[in-house]
Write a new protein. Structure first.
Length: 510
């Protein structure tokens, strides 16, 4: 048999059940055709690649992204480095000065905590940057924003809606802090985007993935940019990596009519830990509110019941304990009524589960898409936003990766991009090296989050997630063995990324 490609002299970590290691791997017709440890590798090969003892892993899977929004963010003003409102406004004004009149100016990664004023800019301040352009600045969580007057007019929001901020005189101040108002306003603003623009966002996103070792991405779209779902559908198969689309809708028949075996996406049952809309049982430590549940139990029951009856995997955003319980106990009722089907339903984020919720997640065999990089962003031991907002004891219940894995839960690693960048090695690093021991997991479990478990979450474990004969030749080559540098995993370089046996990224050394 003649093979297409042969990788030799490697440290090939299969991540299979026995954690087998190999020295060479042969590829034929886009699949892994043979693996071995001796030097008696096949000689009839079209192309040989000497790995020079570099490490090979299964291609990484990011199980929770928002692809269209990430593409939009990559083409927008990144405000991550703005240290004050004046700096933020200057960055927005610079973009506006180079943007045609009337065309929207978009900013991303805004956070009051990073600004010296410790507050968000207002509508009047954004109007000073430009009144000739609609200006929309997304909060870093993508659960809120600030608009100038022109954008607010297009958004069709009003001050009677929850989360629409006002000045003391009752006029709108442009700050939107409720998910329902946010998605409504952003959706109305984005209706003017052309299909070519949305395609450019999607391409920008998928083209960026091979460089970080991602060979499969789960992208949840259709809510923030309501018109992007059909564009994704028309672009199926036209990407450098594998794409698993999750349609953000509660309309089961709509998803079914588009041929999707899954529905829900990241439709939010509650809000953000940062915006204090994540649903808790007790008030926030620094605010009287307990967050928000956006849907009634009856609405969620009807959605889950219909999805389960149609054998469709369902997913919903749940961050706080109240939202997680709403998801878990409603689904438990549905499965008791209809029976277990191994659909691997997904409570997206699953950030603050109770012990009982974890137990039920294991019992119901749920896929748990979680984001290890969140803790690096918001739970710095020296200045923890979790502790500020939740208090010390509840902060210890956020993202309990180790406890979930110890109880048999299946965590699927993701970035929630654009909230944090797509970077599986950074997520693995954080899961292994988190300063809080209740989160810290072993390296093998951390790698599985972004390989084995991600494949399982999309019912693709028979074709992806491990390096075994017959599976797709999706793999990533690293310059170092993560087991030899566990404290510096985030410094490992991606050398090559293969999708179905083809090199889709190769690091160029100077």
């Amino acid at each position: 048999m003649r093979f297409d490609t042969l990788l030799i002299n490697g440290n090939i970590l299969s991540m299979d059940h026995a954690l087998n290691k190999y020295r060479w791997l042969a590829i034929s017709d886009g699949k892994i055709a043979a693996l071995g440890n001796r030097d008696d590798y096949p000689k009839e090969v079209h192309k040989v690649i000497d790995l020079k003892n570099r490490t090979v892993l299964p291609g990484f899977i990011d199980s929770h992204t928002h692809g269209s929004l990430t593409g939009l963010s990559l083409s927008s003003v990144d405000l991550r480095e703005a240290a004050s409102i004046d700096e933020l406004l200057a960055m927005i004004k610079k973009k506006a000065d180079h943007t045609g009149e009337g065309i929207a100016v978009i900013g991303t990664n805004m956070s009051a905590e990073r600004l010296k004023e410790n507050r968000l800019p207002t509508m009047l301040e954004l109007d000073e940057a430009s009144s000739r352009h609609p200006i929309l600045i997304h909060h870093v969580t993508m659960h809120g924003c600030v608009m100038n007057s022109a954008a607010y007019k297009i958004s069709q929001l009003n001050t009677e809606m929850d989360g629409v901020g006002t000045y003391e005189d009752g006029t709108p101040n442009g700050i939107i802090s409720d998910d329902t108002a946010y998605y409504t306003g952003v959706g109305n603003l984005m209706k003017s985007l052309s299909e070519d623009t949305i395609k450019s966002y999607i391409r920008m996103f998928t083209d960026s993935l091979p460089a970080v070792g991602v060979t499969t991405v789960h992208t949840l779209d259709g809510q923030d940019l309501p018109m992007d779902a059909p564009v994704w559908h028309r672009m199926q198969g036209n990407h450098p990596v594998h794409v698993v689309n999750y349609l953000e809708t509660l309309d089961v028949q709509k998803a079914k009519s588009m041929g999707y075996p899954r529905v829900g996406g990241c439709i939010a049952l509650d809000g953000s830990r940062v915006m204090k809309t994540m649903a808790l049982y007790e008030p926030y430590a620094n605010s009287p509110g307990r967050g928000t549940l956006y849907y009634t139990d009856d609405t969620i029951y009807k959605f889950m019941s219909e999805a389960h009856a149609n054998d469709m995997q369902l997913s919903l955003h749940v961050g706080g304990e109240r939202a997680i319980d709403q998801f878990i106990f409603t689904l438990y009722r549905v499965e008791k009524e209809q029976g277990f089907k191994d659909l691997r339903h997904r409570p997206e984020h699953f950030s603050m589960p109770s012990d009982r919720a974890i137990e039920l997640a294991v019992e119901l065999r749920l896929a748990l898409p979680m984001q290890p990089s969140f803790t690096a962003l918001w739970d710095d031991p020296k200045d923890s936003l979790y502790v500020k907002n939740l208090g010390f004891e509840r902060a210890l219940r956020m993202e309990p990766f180790a406890e979930i894995i110890n109880k048999g839960g299946i965590i699927c690693g993701g970035s929630d991009s654009p909230i944090t960048p797509v970077n599986p090695l950074a997520g693995i690093h954080q899961a292994v090296n988190d300063p809080n021991s209740f989160r810290t997991v072993g390296l093998t479990d951390a790698i599985k989050m972004f390989t084995v478990n991600g494949a399982w979450a999309a019912h693709e474990e028979n074709m992806k997630g491990t390096l075994e004969v017959g599976k797709l030749a999706d793999l990533v080559v690293l310059d170092k063995d993560p087991y030899a540098c566990q404290g510096k995993i985030n410094e490992i370089q991606i050398e090559m990324t293969f999708v179905e046996g083809k090199i889709v990224y190769e690091h160029r050394h100077n």
